[in-house]
Design a protein around this ligand. Structure first.
Ligand SMILES: C[S@@+](CC[C@H](N)C(=O)[O-])C[C@H]1O[C@@H](n2cnc3c(N)ncnc32)[C@H](O)[C@@H]1O
Length: 453
């Protein structure tokens, strides 16, 4: 059931178009997945995938899948070949499109739909900071970052204000995918509709402004900000951008290409009626196949002193690094170069040009290599998912339709007859998890919390 006042408000805003807009709430939602170019070639994979996929017009790695399919339950999902994402949400990272090597912040990042898309665009080069304020939601973000094989990403659990204090003028590109009243989620999550009120819309708008103040402070001169919501209210969209342009007179709106049915922002829904608001885009559920989004892109012009904080330094004990290097020499065919840091008994390799994070809450810093346990090195699941099968000496490749892959996913051991030590269990050639083959049996190293029970 749609809130009555929401229906009245949309009728006023959309007038002749309102019936068409409101009718979509009676239809089935569209389902989408975004193929992960860090692991597969999206186009060729889509042709052979075990789902019926059709392209999303505004995202080259995005596909719609049918209402009866369940890609979330397939082992390819666990192997990080794709991310299940509401189709219109796929347009947001496309508008920012960071290049490999840039310094990028995703300020409101959980559960990681846009982070994983940005990381793939960056080809794991440069630095991507994925921040989430809520301690529970940040866990899902870290899991998705690992599953998709991101190695240049630092997952952080901070407020935007704490980050702004530490990183003024630091980032080339920032995404604020803001917490919003979620009017575009009413079809996907019925609960979102029960939260809705005009007062809630206004509360969200005030919070968005606070978050944007922090984002602005963290941009370099010439840096680019993308702001997005999954709601339709002008208060949280055009009016938020109007406020931003009035507050920071050096911010310039940049046009976003209006592909695949996207429409311009609506200046007439603001006080000042600035024509440049048309550079923003609206994805309407009655115009595209998806739930709806608003996206705006802006560039900072004001001279901003460059960040001059401290950089991250290697601090891992030599003995621990030696154990990792021994593991690398026996199990892998590659050597990874980078700054290795320790968190207790755990080792991680930092992304390029990574700042010092002391005093801030970091959940995951770059690539989690593994842990030293009783003088031995145990590789982490994240390392398995960041490798390619030809980078590992021993691979146990299982078919996605085999009983063994389901057994392994459940946490069972597998009899193989060999004794090769660490090996990479793969599904149809894609890394799935670590296993340790000892005296004829592969011991299961699929993380307990991720098992499919
Ligand atoms: C729209 S969701 C982000 C979705 C995510 N970007 C994705 O693509 O998967 C907005 C996020 O902002 C977080 N949030 C809530 N209040 C916040 C605040 N005051 N500052 C920053 N983030 C906040 C929420 O916990 C939520 O995870």
């Amino acid at each position: 059931m749609l809130p009555e006042r929401f229906v009245e408000k949309m009728n006023l805003l959309l007038q002749d178009e309102a019936d068409e807009f409101l009718a979509v709430y009676k239809e089935e939602k569209a389902n989408g997945l975004r193929a992960n170019p860090l692991k597969i070639n999206p186009d060729s994979w889509a042709k052979t995938a075990p789902f019926s996929l059709t392209p999303v017009p505004f995202c080259p790695t995005g596909f719609y899948y049918g209402p009866d399919e369940q890609p979330g339950k397939h082992p390819y999902h666990a192997a990080g070949l794709y991310y299940i994402q509401e189709p219109s949400a796929m347009a947001v990272a496309e508008a920012l499109r960071p290049a490999p090597g840039e310094t990028v912040l995703d300020l409101c990042a959980a559960p990681g739909g846009k982070t994983t898309q940005l990381g793939a665009m960056m080809e794991n080069k440069g630095l991507l900071v994925a921040n989430e304020i809520h301690p529970k939601r940040v866990k899902a973000l870290a899991e998705n970052v690992e599953r998709l094989g991101l190695t240049n990403t630092v997952v952080v659990n901070e407020t935007p204000e704490a980050l702004a204090e530490r990183f003024p003028g630091f980032f080339d590109k920032i995404l604020v995918d803001a917490p919003c009243s979620g009017e575009g989620m009413f079809r996907k999550e019925e609960e979102a509709a029960s939260f809705w009120s005009q007062a809630y819309v206004e509360e969200c708008a005030a919070r968005q402004r606070r978050i944007l103040q922090s984002a602005y402070a963290m941009l370099k001169e010439g840096g680019i900000l993308v702001y997005s919501t999954c709601t339709f209210s002008p208060e949280e969209n055009e009016q938020t951008i109007e406020w931003l342009l009035e507050t920071y007179d050096d911010l310039r709106m940049m046009p976003i290409a209006k592909t695949g049915g996207m429409e311009p922002g609506r200046p007439e829904w603001t006080k000042t009626n600035r024509a440049e608001l048309e550079h923003a885009v609206r994805l309407w559920p009655h115009r595209i196949k998806g739930e709806g989004h608003f996206i705006a892109k802006l560039q900072k012009q004001r001279p901003t002193p460059l960040w001059n904080g401290r950089w991250g330094k290697a601090n891992a004990p030599k003995a621990a690094v030696r154990l990792y290097r021994q593991f690398e020499q026996t199990a892998l065919r590659i050597e990874r170069h980078g700054t290795i840091v320790s968190f207790g008994s755990h080792l991680a390799m930092l992304p390029e040009r990574c700042p010092d994070w002391s005093g801030l809450k970091v959940i995951r810093a770059g690539l989690h290599l593994g842990e030293v346990k009783k003088e031995r090195f145990e590789p982490n699941h994240a390392l398995a998912l960041a490798l390619k099968t030809d980078e590992v000496n021993h691979v146990l490749d299982l078919s996605s339709t085999s009983r063994e892959i389901t057994q392994y996913w459940r946490g069972e051991t597998l009899p193989t007859g060999g004794d090769r030590g660490w090996l990479l269990v793969a599904v149809d050639g894609h890394p799935f998890a670590w296993g340790k083959e000892v005296k004829g049996t592969v011991k299961n190293f699929y993380p307990k919390g991720l098992r499919r029970l």
